[in-house]
Design a protein around this ligand. Sequence first.
Ligand code: SF4
Ligand code: SF4
Length: 592
Amino acid sequence: MKKLLTGNEAVARGVYEAGITFAAAYPGTPSTEILENIAPYKEEIIAEWAPNEKVALESAIGASIVGARAFAAMKQVGVNVAADPLFSFAYTGCNGGIVLVSADEPGIHSSQNEQDNRMYAKFAKIPMLEPSNSQEAKDMVKDAIKISEMYDTIVLLRMTTRICHSKSLVELGEREEVGKKPYNKNPQKYATTPAYARKMRVRVEERIKKLKSFTEETPLNYFEWNKKKIGIISSGVAYQHAKEVFGKSASYLKLGFTFPLPMEKIKAFAAKVQTLYVIEEVEPYMEEQIKAMGIKCIGKEKIPNIGELNADIIRKGLLEEEKPLIECDTSDLVGRPPTLCAGCPHRGLFYELSKKKNIIVTGDIGCYGLGVADPLNAVDTVICMGASVSAGHGAQKALSKHGDHMRAVSVIGDSTFFHTGMNSLLDIAYNQSNTVTVILDNRTTGMTGHQENPGTGYTLQGEKTKEIDIPTLCRAIGIDHVKVVNPLKLEEVKTALNEALNLDEPSVIITRWPCVLKKHSDLDIDEFGDYKGLCEVDKDQCIGCKKCINTGCPALHFDKESKTVKIDKVQCVGCEVCVQVCPVHAIKKVGE
Ligand code: SF4
Ligand code: SF4
């Protein structure tokens, strides 16, 4: 049977068909839907959200070592978090087959950087596969599991946004039930103590030699002969773009197994074509290796290494041709800068922070990044997951040491706190900076699309579980001053911030209110009720001061004609933040 699937859905199906029994991930665009689509296979697969990518990979490694087929998925920056176990596990090898998906994001649509994780395969010396459509995404999970078991190694399956999110037809297959291999105690294989690791290091090189033969033979790397004036070496989505531009006017060496590269096949291909192009997205990963072999080719001198590739960029770069664009009237399009949603529970905190003088606010990955934008301008830095807390600590220590009275406030979400913020808070408690850490607990993992986390009370597969209590955890970590506030009550937020900023010890404020877009769980309804409502502006009372506009709520807009503010009924959820800032009480809640 054939089904139209996204690359992520296809990977999930591949996990099922490959007989994998343990899968873990931390959500992150563009990889998130992989685990969400594995979760329904409850009978066959244990699927878990881990608090971070390192934990996800480490738990998959544990499952593999005891003999189960295992899987982990993450976005490109997540592999940085998981790099520590990845590099060691590349030495030990596996027992049950194991696959790691790195979903890279050329073009930086929702990440903090653009990195080409193909480099990780070369760096860690592990085999890599790169699908170029959904069918290959599914099949390559199964291939990767076999390669993993055959060559005793974890395998990297490298996807990119367009492969993850675009749909193509996939032929579904049956699940291969393989059971679990026996586990035999073997510290020489699994314990990377220096004496054993030195021997493992040699085995890694022996494995690479075997993989070099495999890459020349595998049908995952194949020729497509057409006219030989132009020859193209490509992989992943870049291959699809190249085909769109050149069609049958060029021959192709399509590479699906891209570490190690099939150098003999590449040499043979290069010898038969007149001009050789290497078409790849982001970095010159293949090109550099091909040029290092003394093979003449054209690549990044004509194709940019920044951003997503598409057919137009290739056409312009290599053929110096441009296709005419379809004319359209853009005058009706409204610019929509990224902003916190109407009714977002983070608005109250950022509004109060934006009014504070002499503070540096270190932000984190997630919706808190939106606190940087106008009109709130509340956040000063965004580095990576969990960095807000440690950066705040470092800033505070340095400020205090140099007699600067500026204070550091770190803002971090609940899921991000569980991800890597906890360790940083431990550092604050241990090394005692009077940093104010604000944990914005919106009862979900917001920006990636509402995944459960250790604080929500539910697992990925829908079971009720132990809800980790953040205030208790912070106290256990060593923070004595911990306060929970309702972020929709501005006075409460302001008092908590003032109190914390007056302390000469570390403190934590937890703003606890569900994300406005969240479907309320039974636990949420018990705690917060089923609140609804709407606010309206009395235009006779409004003096047009725009104070409410400064909250940044997209439901509010200033009507130039009447010089008053209006509230968009469709967007407003009646959170009443604007009500609290209006100096003349012109905004009122209407209806429940
Ligand atoms: S009550 Fe005010 S701040 Fe809240 S959603 Fe409505 S318009 Fe926005
Ligand atoms: S804060 Fe009140 S008075 Fe000022 S513009 Fe908004 S609704 Fe009008």
